[in-house]
Design a protein. Sequence first.
Length: 190
Amino acid sequence: MTPIGICSNALLQFGKSPIASFEEPGDLARLCSNLYPGERDSILRENDWNCSIKRDILAPMASAPAFGFSAQFQLPGDFLRMVSIGDVLVGEPQCRSFKVEGRRVLASGTTLPIVYVYRSDEAEWDAKLVELMTARMAWKLCYAVTQSTSLRDELKAEYSALAKAARAIDAQENPSAQLGEDSPLISARY
């Protein structure tokens, strides 16, 4: 699937003609062109989609940050959100200290292994993510195309339900997290 295909499928839901490119003349192509990139990045940032996860080992930049950390690392150009530092998920207590600032991550060390959500190509997306993005574009385009707030609200509710299902299906492809002996839930029992 392509961005044009996703936007065209959303427009077809309103009985509008599909677009052939974002550059074609007309309000629909311009509307899709303006909305799509931001909505794509938002939907990818909202979940750790299996089809949009990447690993990398970052090398430090030549200059160190002014204070607080011994090194800074340039984030990859396709970076959207940090998932983990090494094998430790962001937000877990044992995740080593880091700070994302702009297009850099500040940390201490000589290398930084990261797992992150990246701006993946739509051709790599799972079918459920394509379906979800089409529903999101239909919701976001709705009022501008139809002037109907009730239809917009209906499409938003449809999108929300579809998002839950898509996230659940995507999560089923990964093993469940195991609680270790150092887990606060386990240690609180003693």
